[in-house]
Design a protein around this ligand. Structure first.
Ligand code: FES
Length: 501
């Protein structure tokens, strides 16, 4: 029996007919030249994922036998580049998941990256070390506030609220595992280990611990060390003798996601001085030099996540995600509904270059990006939106400069800047430099490393030693609390303007 496979990417559309049961990766590789599958189809790298319309989401193409007619959306070049650099820079670890992996013949585990906005699950066959599925969900806590502070305040109000924050995350974990078991012949008891990374507040919420101390000076979390927990204590439905491991955090605002992300990077492939940066609501960064390793978090505000911007939205369908000389790119090529972070940075850079925006950040009139049939549906950037961008970019840049100053280094000493996280992936580096969010360095020094927190969670699942390495790494990282740093306010103020060359 044969099936029709429709392969689609920008400027490419091909229909092919293949035998029942053929690996989708094989089908793609025989028809597309530059498809990236770095582990050669062994199922270990998780980089050959494609979106299948009929499955309603992504699958790992090398582990997917074609058994019906399907339409496959292939990743674009820039996405492939990120996947390539993420894979090349990810550390290799020996498979040693720990005692729980001895419980069954073919053990499975789940690595989870809990972000404020999304939860990403990597299901891993722990006998092979292969990622067999990846699931992304909106963090169900979002209904209790978009940012960590509002969720901390909500949870602090009473124990019932804490449970409201914890339970939906546990339910989501159980649902992802159950769903996988339904689709395959893997049983619930075959799941023996869960590894979790996330920002410090999310980890507190997952354990049902009041995180109020993170919101109040001196911003000390209730725990930062790795946690080993029995699954049933959390209500996680896997093998009763299995284990749940939370990776270590550094501070209230430099969480396990950042530490595991940095630890996942094979630094032997890098030169001496580099900056690891993940920009979201906070700009979290770690400067690594031969003499010192320094970390800080800047309150960038949610502008780059689309919040506090009149036409802002997340990087979802209908968001303007890129803008170049009046040409815009809209996610899913539909009528634009708003602007996400990467688009916002491009637009402000364009306005600066076109002298529609002064170095002080003033505009003479609102900038209309998209004229809709009804005026109130126009997509427009206002003076207040520009101010939000100024605050966010000044905070991030000032954080970078403070770390460099404390380390006795200058911007020119940086050999690499590693851009982690979803926003970092889509960021146009030239635009980020133009608006003064990132230092003006040769583009070759910037490396998009994709979801390094996810890579770190997978490594922590595969290797007990990896978690120990993170604990050790913490010992030599010095955390700089910028809210009490006497130089930070001046640096922040000095970077508010746009510096137009
Ligand atoms: S090619 Fe590596 S997981 Fe498929």
């Amino acid at each position: 029996m044969k099936h029709k496979v429709t392969l689609i990417k920008k400027g490419f559309h091909k229909e092919v007919s293949i035998e029942d049961g053929t690996s989708l990766l094989k089908c793609i590789q025989s028809n597309v030249n530059d498809f990236y599958a770095p582990c050669g189809g062994n199922g270990t790298c998780g980089k050959c994922r494609v979106n299948i319309q009929e499955e309603g989401g992504h699958v790992t193409s090398c582990l997917y036998p074609v058994e019906r007619d399907i339409t496959v959306f292939l990743p674009e070049k820039s996405e492939m580049k990120v996947l390539a650099s993420q894979y090349e820079l990810t550390k290799m670890v020996a498979l040693s998941p720990g005692e729980s992996a001895q419980l069954v013949t073919i053990p499975y585990g789940v690595a989870i990256d809990i972000g404020t906005t999304t939860m990403v699950f990597y299901i891993v066959n722990l006998l092979l070390g292969a990622i067999v599925d990846i699931v992304t969900l909106v963090n169900p806590q979002s209904r209790y506030g978009a940012d960590v502070i509002s969720r901390i305040n909500y949870g602090h109000e009473n124990p019932k609220h804490l449970a409201n924050l914890q339970t939906p995350m546990i339910d989501a974990i159980n649902a992802v595992i159950q769903e996988y078991c339904k689709r395959t012949d893997v049983g619930i008891d075959d799941f023996v280990k869960i590894s979790v990374v996330g920002n410090t507040t999310m980890l507190h919420n997952l354990l049902g611990i009041d995180a109020i101390s993170i919101a109040l000076a001196p911003f000390t979390p209730k725990f930062t060390t790795a946690q080993l927990i029995e699954p049933q204590k959390l209500g996680i439905d896997i093998n009763l003798k299995g284990a749940v491991v939370l990776s270590p955090s550094l501070s209230g605002y430099v969480g396990a996601d950042i530490l595991a992300g940095l630890a996942s990077v094979d630094t032997t492939k890098l030169k001496d001085n580099f900056l690891f940066i993940d920009i979201g609501t906070n700009g979290e960064m770690i400067l690594v030099t031969p003499e010192k390793t320094l970390a800080c978090a800047t309150a960038a505000g949610p502008a780059f996540e689309g919040a506090n911007i009149s036409c802002g939205m997340g990087a979802f369908s209908g968001a303007i995600s890129a803008f170049n000389d009046g040409e815009m790119k809209v996610i899913d090529d539909i009528t634009p509904k708003g602007v996400c972070g990467s688009g916002l940075i491009d637009i402000v850079a364009y306005m600066l270059k076109a002298s529609l925006l002064s170095p002080e950040g003033n505009i003479s009139e609102d900038f209309i990006l998209f004229k809709a049939d009804r005026e109130e549906e126009n997509i427009t950037l206002t003076q207040q939106d520009i101010r939000e961008v100024q605050l966010a970019k000044a905070a991030v840049y000032a954080g970078i400069i403070r770390l460099l100053n404390i380390a006795g280094k200058s911007v020119d000493d940086l050999d690499h800047i590693l851009l982690a996280g979803g926003f970092g992936n889509y960021l146009n580096i030239s635009s980020a430099i133009t608006i003064g969010l990132l230092p003006n360095l040769p583009r070759s020094k910037f490396i998009h490393i994709g979801n390094s927190a996810g890579s770190g969670a997978v490594l922590a699942l595969k290797s007990e030693q990896f978690v120990e390495q993170i604990e050790k790494m913490k010992e030599y990282i010095q955390y700089i609390e910028l809210s009490t740093d006497s130089e930070f306010p001046l640096e922040f103020a000095m970077n508010m303007n746009f510096d137009i060359d």
